[in-house]
Design a binder for this molecule. Structure first.
Ligand SMILES: [Zn+2]
Length: 113
């Protein structure tokens, strides 16, 4: 349920941006969601549809871009996205999570007119 404040935040930012750019409406919002951010697309979409009513975002299409967490091999130093395994694709060594990756959540871009 933590998506509601996030959605309200997005709408607030978009209202400011619409005013700044002289847009009557926002048509598209691209959001970046890290795999470890625990933000769920469907929840964002659901809250957005309700909360965006009577705002410049009412008809905006949400586009979700997912970013994987990145791992770094402790043996050879290769960096690779976390998919299924923590084993290095280059040497088979074990890897560690690169701090901060995969937890991002932000508005990447938006369109309006
Ligand atoms: Zn390696």
């Amino acid at each position: 349920m933590h998506e509601l404040p996030i959605v309200l935040d997005i709408i607030r930012v978009m209202k400011d941006e619409a005013k700044k750019h002289g847009f009557h409406e926002i048509t598209k919002i691209t959001l970046v969601i890290g795999e470890l951010s625990s933000v769920v697309d469907e929840s964002v979409q659901m809250y957005f549809e309700v909360a965006a009513k009577d705002t410049p975002c009412a008809n905006a299409k949400l586009v979700f871009e997912h970013r994987p967490a990145m791992l770094k091999c402790t043996v050879c130093g290769t960096e690779f996205p976390h998919e299924k395994s923590f084993d290095c694709p280059a040497c088979g060594g074990s890897s560690v999570l690169i701090k901060g990756t995969g937890t991002e959540f932000y508005i990447k871009s938006f369109d309006g007119n």
